[in-house]
Write a protein that binds this ligand. Structure first.
Ligand SMILES: *[C@@H]1O[C@H](CO)[C@@H](O)[C@H](O)[C@H]1NC(C)=O
Ligand SMILES: *[C@@H]1O[C@H](CO)[C@@H](O)[C@H](O)[C@H]1NC(C)=O
Ligand SMILES: *[C@@H]1O[C@H](CO)[C@@H](O)[C@H](O)[C@H]1NC(C)=O
Length: 243
């Protein structure tokens, strides 16, 4: 058999390389888990349906590779192809309540729906089913009602931002059991009652602009007065002494 011309060989090797690259690229995205996809489609339908704000969440495409805002577990193991992150763009204009369906994404670790000002209603209790949740950012929406006690059963929580809503009621004392909690921002709400004991793991705290009252627990003055200002009657270091 005659040796093929050099340029044909080059073409052959180039196409081999391209096939290889395409293939490895494709494997960057695990296939979307069917259960999680069905849950996301319910969430899409809640937020305006197939022609609404989440219109690229199509049943005909793979949610891990083709949908906005979604991240899937890509390491081999339990999380492979499961929804692990949802990061809605700020100002995306979602409107309506937060559907309880979010609680049916058991591998969800990171949820951000900050600055979608027309997101209303209460924080669903079903969030307490998210046993892997470490980041919850619901800041700058129009949420009201209490912070569910059950939310702080999630010992995985590290970052909690509920700031800039109209949340009312007390900060659940169970927050003190969140031993990994690093950032806690509930500023600019309508929270009442006192500040409960907070975990030592905390690196950033903001409870300003609420209606909180009573002595600030000791050890929190490291965050500075600004993080406690504009409340009803908080007292003690770093604010003025209690009478
Ligand atoms: C999505 O497609 C699957 C498979 O074709 C089908 O079983 C399912 O009912 C569809 N779901 C929705 C919400 O249309
Ligand atoms: C919020 O809802 C109001 C009333 O439906 C609408 O006029 C406004 O444009 C919405 N804002 C955003 C950012 O979607
Ligand atoms: C808390 O959230 C508000 C916005 O809602 C922001 O202005 C403030 O800087 C945040 N505080 C901290 C300590 O990050």
């Amino acid at each position: 058999m005659p040796t093929p011309p050099k340029h044909l060989l080059l073409l052959y090797y180039t196409s081999l390389l391209l096939t290889y690259l395409t293939f490895t690229n494709a494997t960057d995205f695990p296939p979307c888990n069917a259960h999680d996809k069905a849950v996301l489609l319910r969430i899409r339908d809640h937020f305006g349906g197939p022609n609404g704000r989440l219109e690229d969440w199509s049943n005909n495409s793979d949610c891990c590779s083709a949908w906005n805002f979604i991240g899937c577990g890509s390491n081999p193991g339990d999380e492979y192809g499961r929804i692990t992150t949802i990061t809605f763009s700020r100002g995306w204009g979602l409107s309506g309540t937060i559907p309880s369906d979010f609680g049916d994404l058991p591998y969800l670790g990171f949820l951000s729906m900050a600055e979608n000002v027309n997101v209303t209603g209460t924080i669903p209790e079903s969030f307490s089913k998210l046993k892997k949740l470490y980041n919850l950012d619901l800041g700058s929406n129009s949420l009201s009602g209490p912070i569910p006690d059950k939310l702080f059963e999630l010992k995985t929580l590290k970052i909690v931002d509920l700031s800039g809503n109209q949340l009312s009621g007390a900060i659940p004392p169970s927050v003190s059991s969140l031993s990994k909690l690093s950032q806690f921002n509930v500023s600019h709400n309508k929270l009442t009652g006192n500040i409960p004991r907070l975990p030592k793991s905390l690196k950033s705290l903001d409870v300003s602009n609420n209606q909180l009252c009573g002595p600030i627990p000791s050890g929190l003055n490291r965050f500075g007065a600004k993080m406690f200002e504009h409340n009803k009657c908080l007292c003690g270091s770093p604010l003025s002494p209690c009478k």
